[in-house]
Design a binder for this molecule. Structure first.
Ligand SMILES: CC/C=C\C/C=C\C[C@@H](O)/C=C/C=C/C=C\[C@@H](O)CCCC(=O)O
Ligand SMILES: [Zn+2]
Length: 604
């Protein structure tokens, strides 16, 4: 790929020379052709005199016409990975409007189209977008870089029996046409749309949950803590500027746990555990309303500024609601997952275990892992402890968020915020204690593990060591395994067991004992089912392969299906069936997911 731009290696669009201020979208959503047809009218601000061309990011977009509205001649276009709009010589600094007529491809990487049979209601089609990191360019010819933030409005024509939602406020609703407005500037990756047979239930004053009718009441119950989470987050981070906070519970093919689309978080239905135990993903997405959506990474090399901060705030929300021990347990549990990710997903690309990565020759989707999330939040907790704990660090966090709200920043901006805040205080000696290079540039696990409260994690550590070191007969006699543990401890314990180097007697009887001891067979919790399936694979129980594949087909959240396929790829007896299964279902996956699994299965 090479280093394309100084500001963002993943974009052609030269945000140092020109920036988008506002985009007006006019879309006809064609479910028959699985395409969006229409136009975008960009209002650009030209930052340099005599700019000769505008470069926009595009992927699989068919541009039919482009018009410079503010004088000048018709630009010519060269389509490819970049759309070049040539400007008349002598173009001055200032405002410039360009309208582009276009249609998306039916295989646009940022869109998914479901036919009625793939929905719960089975009667109506559904479509949705997922633009992070750089898929907005398959939906809109645009400056697809988080260095550029713009407001947008949209007029969307769609089948009148369906509801259209966007990452914006609804401005007007007519039969078959919905108008939207996002008045807070956002990066292109936060433009989002979903259209389906959707209904809503209220969650709070400015908050509702949307889903298909069959599950909407269960969703309202599962996410009933949303308003409390929002309030807690605002107390921590400052005023909530987006006016509305809605959740949309997506079809199972949604590839992520949640996506922080402004005004309308998208969440996976795999959070519906029936006991609110997985609702911390909502706390995470709410936290993004500040960390990520208001203060945004300038490019995806600094993704930890979005995700590390978000996990840090998420864990504080959880801590405020469930107590300090739960907070620390969550941070420690995350470290178990990070260990697994470094050992498996990133074992051939250790450079991607750095907090700040080099994306000159790597697409953001390929670099994605839990490192920015967990190493990033561990770094912030380390800094919090170093500077004197939450009473000192939380006021700094608010100051940082206020200082960079509405901006796009790099890691050095965070460094300077920390220096500016503490340099004239009695904490200034702590600034020189931070080994920035060690934290930002070294590979592997975090260089320092903070002093977390280990009381909840010790229980799971002991259980994992018991289950890995004892035989089935010894375990059956042990009183230890009969002790009650929380659902979060169960998830963490299973994760630790997966991470155990040796598991004595890992066979059918041990899996049976595990299942009966913790009622795993009846568990609706996707995190539990995911880990259990991985243990069944590790136990090489070939007769349970159908069950494993059934789980892999029940949702296409990459966090779950990728490790399952990776594990199956390492099991020669099961690999052919895994490949066959993948071939049967891959068309139901988003491109980001099917491409990743092709790699996991060694098909690419
Ligand atoms: C260092 C990595 C650089 C760039 C990666 C950025 C984006 C990659 C892309 O694949 C999109 C990611 C979107 C993530 C959305 C939500 C996550 O928080 C979900 C985490 C996993 C899960 O819970 O399912
Ligand atoms: Zn996130």
């Amino acid at each position: 790929m090479g280093r394309l731009g100084v500001v963002d290696p993943s974009s052609y669009s030269q945000p140092d020379l020109i920036t988008t201020e506002h985009s007006a979208l006019n879309w006809k959503v064609d479910f028959g052709a699985t395409k969006i047809q229409g136009s975008v009218l960009h209002r650009f601000k030209v930052l340099t005199a005599n700019l000769d061309k505008i470069l926009l990011d595009v992927r699989d977009i068919n541009v039919t016409n482009a018009t410079l509205l503010a004088g000048g001649t018709m630009p010519s276009m060269i389509l490819g990975q970049k759309l070049t709009l040539e400007l008349p010589s002598g173009t001055a600094k200032g405002s410039l409007n360009v309208r582009i007529d276009y249609e998306t491809s039916s295989s646009a990487s940022g869109l998914q189209w479901l036919n009625p049979t793939q929905t719960l209601g089975k009667e109506h089609p559904y479509m949705f977008s997922q633009c992070q990191a750089i898929h907005a360019r398959s939906v809109i010819p645009c400056q697809d870089t988080p260095a550029v933030k713009f407001t947008y409005d949209a007029t969307v024509e769609h089948p009148s029996e369906l509801t259209a939602l966007m990452s914006a406020l609804i401005d007007k609703k007519e039969p078959g046409k919905t108008l939207f407005k996002q008045e807070v500037p956002i990066p292109a990756y936060l433009v989002a749309i979903a259209i389906g047979k959707l209904v809503s239930r209220p969650l709070g004053e400015n908050s509702s949950v949307w889903a298909e009718e069959a599950i909407v009441d269960a969703c309202a119950e599962e996410f009933s803590e949303t308003a409390t989470m929002l309030k807690t987050a605002s107390e921590l981070c400052g005023p909530y500027v987006w006016k509305q906070y809605d959740l949309l519970v997506m079809p199972p093919s949604f590839p992520f746990g949640g996506m922080e689309n402004p005004c309308l978080t998208f969440v996976t239905p795999t959070l519906l555990a029936g006991d609110k135990s997985l609702a911390d993903v909502v706390a995470h997405e709410i936290a993004h309303s500040w960390t990520g959506n208001l203060v945004t990474n300038k490019n995806f090399e600094h993704f930890w500024l979005n995700e590390g901060f978000t996990v840090f705030v998420e864990s504080k929300i959880v801590g405020r609601m469930q107590g300090a021990k739960e907070l620390d347990f969550k941070m420690l549990s995350n470290l178990t997952d990070l260990q697994e990710c470094i050992r498996t997903q990133l074992n051939k690309t250790p450079e991607l275990t750095k907090l700040v990565v080099d994306l000159s020759n790597c697409g953001p989707d390929d670099a994605f892992s839990s490192v920015p999330y967990i190493k990033g939040s561990t770094f912030l907790r380390y800094l919090e402890d170093l500077f004197g704990g939450p009473t000192v660090f939380e006021p700094f966090l608010r100051d940082y968020l206020k200082k960079y709200a509405y901006k796009s920043i790099e890691t050095k901006d965070f460094q300077s915020a920390l220096y500016d805040y503490f340099i004239d205080t009695d904490k200034k000696d702590k600034l020189s204690a931070v080994d920035w290079d060690l934290w930002l540039k070294s590979e592997g696990m975090p260089p320092v593990i903070p002093n977390f409260d280990e009381s909840l994690a010790n229980v799971t550590k002991e259980l994992a060591s018991l289950w890995s070191s004892k035989s089935v007969a010894e375990l059956a006699d042990s009183a230890e395994i009969k002790k009650t543990i929380s659902i979060h401890q169960l998830i963490d314990f299973l994760g630790k067991l997966i991470e155990s180097k040796d598991i004595v007697d890992l066979n059918e009887s041990k899996i049976n004992l595990l299942e009966s001891t913790y009622n795993l067979k009846s568990s609706k919790n996707a995190e539990v089912r995911f880990r259990l399936n991985r243990l069944i694979i590790r136990a090489r129980l070939i007769k349970r392969l159908d069950e494993i594949l059934e789980f892999a087909n029940s949702n296409f959240r990459m966090k779950f299906c990728r490790p399952i396929y990776r594990d199956l790829a390492g099991w020669p007896e099961a690999k052919p069936a895994a490949i066959r299964n993948f071939a049967n279902v891959k068309d139901q996956m988003m491109a980001v997911c099917s491409h990743a699994i092709e790699k996991d299965l060694g098909l690419k």
